[in-house]
Ligand binder design. Sequence first.
Ligand code: EPZ
Length: 421
Amino acid sequence: MEHFELNGGNRLKGAVQISGAKNAALPILAACILCEDEVTLHNVPDLADIRSMINLLNRLGVKSQRRDDGAIQLRVVDEMNCHAEYELVSKMRASVCVMGPLVAKRKRAQVAMPGGCAIGFRPVNLHLQGLEALGAESELTGGDMMLRAKKLKGTEMFLGGAFGSSVTGTANVVMAAVLAEGRTVIESAACEPEVTDLADFLNACGARITGHGTPRITIDGVAALKGCEHHVIADRIEAGTFAIAAAITNGELELRGARIEHLIAAIDCLRRVGVIIERGEKGISVSSTRRLEPVSITTQPYPGFPTDLQAQATALLCLADGNSIITEKVFPDRFLHIAELNRMGAQLRREGGTVIVHGVKKLVGAPVMASDLRASAALILAGLIAKGQSRISRAYHIDRGYERIEDKLSAVGADIRRVGE
Ligand code: EPZ
C-alpha cells in the first residue's frame, strides 16, 4: 500500500492547473446512459472514482475510450444489463447516479443500496422519494434497490431532507425527469455548480431544463436525448484545497481554471482569516500574510461553506492566533481527521457536530492515517507546514479525488513524495 512522505516548512509558490470536477463528471458520465448518440467529454479528471464509474458503465453497456488528447468518448451499445452490483457501489457511493438514467431509459434498475462510509450514514431516501414521485416502483431485495417504471410522468415534488438538499439525489431525479412525460418541478433542489454542469450537459443533449443553480428546477420531458460534446467545469474543491495550501505555507499560488463564483463562501471565510484572494487572468490568485485570524465556520449546502472543505479548513485553523469553531451541518460525523491532526500537535476538541480549534504556534510531523478523501487532504496540508517529516498512509484515499497531488504540490515547491510498499 502506498503512502506519502512530506518534510514541512517550504513556502509554495507558482501556478497550479486545476483539474475537471470529479463531482460533476461522475453524474455526467452516468447521464450518458440516456443518450442515443455518442458523447464526447473534455476535462474529465483521471481519478480512481472516474475509472470506477467508467468500469460500471462498461458493465451497463456503455462503451468508452479516452483519446490521446484526454477527451473521453462514450456510446451506449447494449441495454440489457441494468444491475449496479454491491462490489462496485460499496467502493464508490456515486454509483447510485446510474439509478435515475436506468429507470428513465430502460424502465428498470437494480442498484445496490450503498452502505455507510468514513464520513457517516449515507441514506438514499430522497433519491427513491423523487423517482417514486415520477412513477417508479421500488423495493429493497437482498440489499439491492429494485426499480421499475412503465412510463415516468412529470410532477411537482419537494426534495429537501433533514440536512437540506441532496446533490446526487437532485442529479438522479433530474436525469430521470428529462425523459418523463410532461413537466417536473423540483423544490429544494441542490444548487451546487456540479448539478448545474449536469443540467447544462443534458440541455446540450436536447433536454429542456431551467432553474438549475436555484432551489427550484423545472424539467419539461422530451422523447429522446441525442449526444453532445461537453467541457466539464473545474473542480472547486481541489481549487479550495490548493488555496488553503498557499495559506498554510504562507505562500502564493495561481489556481488556473478555478472560478471565484463557485467558491464565494470559502473565499469569504479565507479572506476573514487573512488570506489575500483575487480574481486572476487565468483563475484565482492566492497569497498569505503570516498571521492567521481565528474564525467560525458552519458547513451548508451550496452556496454555503462546502462540507468538502471542512477538514482542510480545520487544518489551516490549527495555526490561527486564537480559538476557531467549526460546525459540520451536512455530515455531522465528518471528523476522522481530528485525532490525526492532534497527533501532529493540533489542539482540537470535538463536541458533537462541532469542533473547537485552539490555535497553536506549530505542528510537528508524525506518522498519520488517512481515512477518507478530504481527511487525507487535510493531513497533507498539515504535513506541508509541520516541522520535520510526516508519513501519511493509505494514499489511495487521496487518489479518489485529486489527480497526481504530489506532482502538483512538488511543482510549486513542496517536499512530498509517494512511496510504494
Ligand atoms: C455529494 O454527495 C458529493 N459527492 C460529496 O462529495 C459531498 O460531500 C456532498 O454531495 C455534499 O456536498 C458527489 O457528488 C459524488 P448529499 P451526496 O446527498 O450527493 C443527506 C467528496 O468528498 N441525505 O448532498 O451523497 C446526507 O446524509 C464527496 O467529493 C439524506 O438524508 O451528498 C447528508 O447528510 C464526499 N437522504 C446530506 O443529505 C438522501 O437521500 C447531503 O448529502 C441523500 C442525502
